[in-house]
Design a protein around this ligand. Structure first.
Ligand code: F6R
Length: 601
């Protein structure tokens, strides 16, 4: 999604803004632009495509000490130079992340007042509205206060005005924005990586707040212009977290961090005793129904969660994609807990589903990675995963950490429901301790998965099959493969194939079968035989020892308790997807058309 950076200080602003934009590249974008004040004038330069195209148009030594920059991920209007931000109208120039929902209404009104527009964006309308209010108010703070009462929708805005060449302003509603402080000057940014090279001290701007930023001072106001005090945060990670640390891609680096991520996430909530689980998850006792709501990979962790919670906790779980849930009739009540899952904590549909449940006075829990994100701030209760900063657009380590949380929840609920007896409980506890080592070993076997990838990467379509929890894992494995390699891939419940899809299987069609559930193993094997008989090239991933010649390739994973098994199962499939994409020379960390944080509907 769009990225914002702004700077005002004692040092030249252009190099800082470009660095900030580069650090935000992981969010996904299709054009970039910058506006700065130099010799009393606002200059705006923007370009379609990568930041490098913009850099070629800039003089990095230009005497400019205040500026704003933007990477745009097209929503209103195609990706081109005219629609790229910043946008200027009258005395104002702004960058914007989000969507002004009432922009059509505002546009009509502004056209009647003599404004005309060059771009197709809602941002240019917002800029014109600010300019129009300013003509009456003649004061920027009063103008922005009024603007927050006029704009509907989501926005984070960085604003400069030629009448105040030494001040930078920001407002936000729903879309994320931080204000950062350094000795050489101050920043606004959509995310922490953008400012980490310069400072690790930042404030979180809350909904409908206004920030005024000068070289030496940052001041915050509420919507009615009452000054507010804010706590400053310190980002503990180093700049290094935003670097690849020797790996060819962020995705590979993040896959390799998963043993540590598992350990960090588990250790935060579990000290090896049932008492720690009781302390952290006792609040779940009162719920008789659970709705899990999320998007993409986070939805897939919900599918695994449903299976585990129903099996061990004996609680019915409804798992839904957030973009559907937010508009559907929900049958929740006071006994229901709505769990939203989100790495970024900013996904628009997930946020909307959360707000819907809150409005209906249903209890909510968020499983989130980004601390202080919108979802984390709104939910009644938050469980943070400890995945750290995830840069690759395709999630891996956050997915695994979300699974770890569902494992802990299921262990606790299984203990409560007595589905898990003491002996089994202690066996699971022992295995949890071994898991980081098992995760590392699974990652370290990457060469065998890469060898399989080398055999299948040229295929036009690849199928995944599985039953029960293995079907949930298939969904994620299939998404991982298609989003980064652009190979068409579908995940099917293994028993459902013969009801239609099996007609697509022909000689050498790769079918990746997952069979870790011992109760369903024989059933899945029958389905493997069905596709094998039709010429499929079968890759089987299982924790069982295979005696007969069932498949063309076999990936053996360690046999652990079913509550933990899907954490191991996904790893070879992440690495397989990675190598298939690499062989196909795809842009692994930034797949086409995708954004890391999907902050629009
Ligand atoms: C796929 C992927 C996406 C996200 C989805 C939700 O690899 O990363 O499917 O899982 O966009 O994002 P979050 O978890 O930030 O809400």
């Amino acid at each position: 999604m769009c990225g914002i950076i702004g700077y005002v200080g004692r040092e030249l602003c252009i190099p800082k803004i470009i660095h900030g934009l580069q650090s935000l590249e992981y969010r996904g974008y299709d054009s970039a632009g910058i506006a700065y004040i130099s010799k009393g004038k606002i200059k705006t330069i923007k370009e379609k495509g990568k930041i490098i195209n913009l850099e070629k148009l800039l003089n990095f030594d230009e005497e400019a000490y205040l500026g704003i920059g933007h990477t745009r991920w097209a929503t209103h209007g195609v990706a081109n130079k005219i629609n790229a931000h910043p946008h200027s109208v009258g005395k104002f120039t702004i960058v914007h992340n989000g969507i002004i929902e009432n922009y059509n209404e505002l546009k009509e009104e502004l056209i009647n007042k003599g404004y005309n527009f060059k771009s197709e964006t809602d941002t240019e309308i917002a800029c014109a509205k600010i300019d129009e209010i300013y003509k009456q108010e003649k004061d920027i703070l009063k103008t922005l206060s009024k603007a927050t009462k006029v704009f509907r929708g989501s926005y984070a805005l960085g604003i400069i005005c030629i009448d105040e060449p030494n001040s930078l302003y920001a407002i936000r509603n729903t879309s994320p924005l931080i204000v950062a402080k350094s000795n050489e000057g101050n920043f606004i940014a959509s995310d922490v990586p953008a400012i980490l090279k310069f400072t690790n001290k930042y404030f979180l701007l809350d909904d409908l707040e206004i920030a005024k930023i000068t070289m030496d001072k940052v001041t915050f106001y509420n919507q009615d212009l009452i000054p507010i005090d804010k706590n400053i945060n310190t980002f503990e990670g180093s700049v290094e977290v935003a670097l690849k640390n020797g790996y060819e891609h962020f995705m590979l680096k993040e896959i390799n961090e998963q043993d540590k991520v598992f350990k960090d996430t588990i250790n935060y909530y579990f000290d090896g005793t049932i008492d720690s689980l009781k302390k952290n998850f006792k609040f779940l006792d009162k719920y008789k129904k659970i709705d899990i709501v999320a998007c993409g990979s986070a939805y897939h962790t919900g599918c695994v969660g449903k299976y585990l919670i129903e099996n061990y906790g004996n609680i019915p779980v409804n798992v839904e994609v957030a973009s559907e849930y937010r508009y559907k009739k929900c049958f929740y009540d006071k006994d229901t807990l709505v769990i939203v899952v989100s790495q970024s904590g900013e996904t628009a549909d997930t946020l909307a589903a959360l707000k819907k449940a809150k409005n209906d006075k249903i209890d909510t829990l968020a499983i989130v990675n980004v601390i202080g994100s919108s979802i984390a701030r709104i939910a009644d209760k938050v469980i943070y995963i400890k995945a750290g900063c995830e840069i690759a657009v395709a999630t891996t380590k956050a997915y695994l950490a979300q699974l770890a949380i569902f494992s802990l929840i299921s262990i606790y609920l299984g203990y409560k429901s007595k589905e898990i007896k003491d002996e089994e409980l202690y066996k699971i506890f022992k295995e949890i301790k071994q898991m980081p080592k098992l995760i590392k070993n699974t990652i370290n076997n990457y060469e065998s998965y890469f060898a399989i990838a080398d055999k299948i990467y040229k295929n036009k379509q690849i199928f995944f099959i599985g039953r029960g929890i293995d079907y949930a894992t298939s969904l994620e494995a299939s998404l991982k493969l298609k989003e980064i390699s652009y190979i068409n891939s579908v995940a099917y419940q293994a028993g459902e194939l013969k009801h239609g899809t099996i007609s697509l299987i022909e000689k050498n069609t790769p079918v990746i079968a997952i069979a870790t559930d011992k109760n369903l193993f024989e059933k899945t094997i029958s389905n493997i035989k069905e596709v094998k008989a039709r010429g499929a090239y079968v890759i089987l991933i299982s924790n069982e020892v295979i005696k007969e010649q069932l498949c063309d390739e076999f990936i053996k994973i360690d046999d652990v308790h079913p509550i933990l098994e899907s954490i191991l199962t996904i790893i070879p499939l992440q690495l397989l997807a990675y190598k298939v994409a690499k062989n196909n020379k795809c842009d692994i960390d930034k797949p086409r058309n995708l954004a890391k944080s999907v902050t629009v509907e």
